[in-house]
Design a protein around this ligand. Structure first.
Ligand SMILES: *[C@@H]1O[C@H](CO)[C@@H](O)[C@H](O)[C@H]1NC(C)=O
Ligand SMILES: *[C@@H]1O[C@H](CO)[C@@H](O)[C@H](O)[C@H]1NC(C)=O
Ligand SMILES: *[C@@H]1O[C@H](CO)[C@@H](O)[C@H](O)[C@H]1NC(C)=O
Ligand SMILES: *[C@@H]1O[C@H](CO)[C@@H](O)[C@H](O)[C@H]1NC(C)=O
Ligand SMILES: *[C@@H]1O[C@H](CO)[C@@H](O)[C@H](O)[C@H]1NC(C)=O
Length: 229
């Protein structure tokens, strides 16, 4: 009879093995991305940039889901509220994504993502269309949770105030799924952002905060990104 310790170890190895196989399979469809900052990337020499949506002062886009408020600015960090120390919870201090609400006359704030951890990913679907998403890593209470913002190309939303941010799923645990609908969510969609502008202004970032190194230290991701189905 193997001890429960040996059993546990066996399960652990089995898990590790499956994880490696699965991650290899999942990675075969990767699309390389050169990420220039938290809201600009180049995919196959085509630009995706949310820069025209960004304002330097304060969160730009709000949404409400299940009685929670969410604020989002893909390019510039903000504090929520203006004096974040007034709030309860984990506070939103210099963040890109914040989740908050009022309970019993107290306002609670939770950080869903910082600029430093923001990461683009791209995948090709069965229809051959490329889907681009931004991934954020939460903080404190949300440190084990990621927020995936899928960029949904909507050519009718041309002005910055047309941007639509929606939460599709937030079950209180696991990852949070969201969408950003705008013309600038289209690859090569933003009329005023060109490849030359982007590549001459900045260099691609070295992997900033590597979200995946914690779970899979063996794989060198370089400038490619992970695909999740
Ligand atoms: C990563 O970037 C380097 C230099 O920017 C480039 O030479 C290389 O081909 C890129 N790798 C991938 C997988 O895109
Ligand atoms: C959440 O959003 C609603 C609607 O915009 C607003 O009335 C409420 O004050 C917000 N809650 C907090 C805690 O700011
Ligand atoms: C795929 O892209 C084509 C052309 O860009 C578009 O017409 C079609 O609706 C897209 N399919 C999906 C499922 O988004
Ligand atoms: C964009 O606008 C056109 C014309 O008003 C409409 O037919 C189309 O359905 C709209 N597309 C989306 C994605 O809302
Ligand atoms: C793009 O540039 C034109 C001309 O420079 C300007 O009028 C327009 O507002 C810009 N559009 C955006 C989305 O920045």
């Amino acid at each position: 009879m193997p001890s429960s310790y040996e059993n546990g170890l066996r399960h652990y190895h089995c898990y590790l093995f499956l994880w490696s196989v699965l991650s290899l399979l999942v990675r075969t469809g990767d699309i390389p991305i050169d990420q220039f900052n938290s809201c600009t990337a180049v995919i196959n020499k085509r630009v995706i940039s949310l820069q025209p949506l960004a304002k330097r002062n304060g969160p730009r886009i709000f949404t409400v889901y299940n009685s929670w408020n969410y604020s989002f600015n893909p390019c510039f960090s903000f504090d929520e509220p203006e004096n974040p120390h007034e709030g309860f919870g984990d506070q939103c201090l210099s963040v890109l994504v914040c989740k908050f609400r009022e309970e019993n006359n107290r306002k609670f704030y939770y950080t869903l993502g910082f600029q430093a951890g923001a990461k683009f990913q791209a995948s090709v679907g069965e229809d051959g269309n490329t889907t681009v998403a931004l991934i954020y890593q939460g903080f404190r209470s949300f440190r084990h949770r990621k927020t995936f913002v899928t960029l949904v190309c909507d050519r009718n939303r041309t002005k910055d105030e047309d941007a639509l941010f929606v939460i599709k799923e937030d079950k209180g645990k696991g990852n949070i799924e969201a969408e950003l609908h705008h013309l600038c969510s289209c690859i090569d969609g933003c009329p005023n952002v060109t490849l030359t502008q982007v590549t001459s202004a900045t260099r691609p970032q070295e992997d900033m905060l590597d979200l995946d190194s914690k779970i899979d230290p063996g794989v060198d991701e370089g400038n490619t990104s992970i695909i999740r189905n």
